[in-house]
Design a protein around this ligand. Structure first.
Ligand code: NAD
Length: 260
């Protein structure tokens, strides 16, 4: 029960397949109290049912692409549940028509929208976090290996993740004086609503499974456990880090089986 007595906010749960769902389960199992935000009324209704499973009824609306919504949601959370100890940001978006084919076909509008939702929103979360976390705490966001190496079809999302990872380092520096740690998990591929928009995603899953030292894909439980560690006091000296939770996929360069 390493999260006993800790309260946290989960942003980005869409359904039971979401990485945020796996994270919520792990945190709940470790004794954390959770509140949630939802992108819109549709997700709010869905999440409300799931939130009850996690022992909580509080779901706050927050479309992170809209000016003022993050601050307003944090104010409501603060007046409803008081201060919190951690935030998990598990949010990304790109038009799925641009997650296939050549990267250079990315439109300006989708480039800006993907950056806004998948990267800038994290900066804004961190900007308003100190009000919600006056006693310090931990913030975690979700990245992916496509930020480091070319993964076919990941395209604009890869740029958003590279920028997100750089944000983590700057935000960790900004928030260190408030006792707030900022880290990212670079998760291996998991089938979810968002990832199924990436072209030929099943090939990415198969490729990872074959290359991974652990000979399998990562699970929501693997990611949930790592996130629970990062937001817990066991990780009290860790900030500005990108932690790979991918069954070791990112550590493997060439496998001789791949050489024809
Ligand atoms: P998901 O579809 O379950 O979750 C994505 C969430 O983003 C949804 O809850 C959606 O409502 C939210 N969102 C999108 N636009 C929003 C907006 N304007 N305002 C508020 N919320 C918004 O998919 P997931 O795979 O669980 O994705 C969660 C995070 O994990 C993302 O950052 C994703 O890039 C990252 N990630 C996923 C994988 C994978 O293979 N699934 C791997 C590495 C990292």
């Amino acid at each position: 029960m390493m999260m006993h007595g800790k309260k946290g906010l989960i942003m980005g749960m869409a359904n039971k397949f979401s990485i945020a769902f796996g994270i919520s389960e792990a945190l709940k199992n470790q004794g954390a109290e959770l509140v949630f935000t939802a992108q819109n009324e549709y997700f709010c209704e869905k999440i409300s049912d799931m939130a009850k499973e996690f022992g909580n009824h509080d779901v706050f609306l927050c479309d992170v692409s809209k000016d003022g919504e993050i601050e307003a949601a944090f104010d409501k959370i603060s007046s409803t549940v008081g201060s919190i100890d951690f935030i998990v940001h598990s949010i990304a978006f790109s038009d799925k028509n641009e997650l296939t084919g050549k990267y250079y076909n990315t439109t300006r509008s989708n480039f800006l929208n993907a950056m806004n939702i998948s990267c800038y929103s994290f900066t804004e979360v961190c900007k308003f976090a100190p009000k919600l976390m006056p006693n310090g705490g931990s913030i975690v966001t979700m990245s992916y290996y496509g930020s480091e190496k070319v993964v076919p079809n990941y395209n604009v999302m890869a740029l958003a993740k590279s920028a997100l990872e750089t944000s983590v380092r700057y935000l960790a520096s900004d928030l260190g004086e408030c006792g707030i740690r900022v880290n990212a998990i670079s998760a291996g591929a998991v089938k979810t609503l968002a990832s199924s928009g990436v072209g030929e995603f099943s090939k990415i899953l198969a490729y990872d499974r074959n290359r991974s030292p652990l000979r399998r894909n990562v699970t929501r439980e693997d990611i949930g456990g790592a996130c629970a560690f990062l937001v817990s006091d066991f990780a009290s000296g860790i900030t500005g880090e990108i932690m790979h939770v991918d069954c070791g996929c990112s550590t493997i360069g060439v496998k001789f089986e791949d050489v024809k």
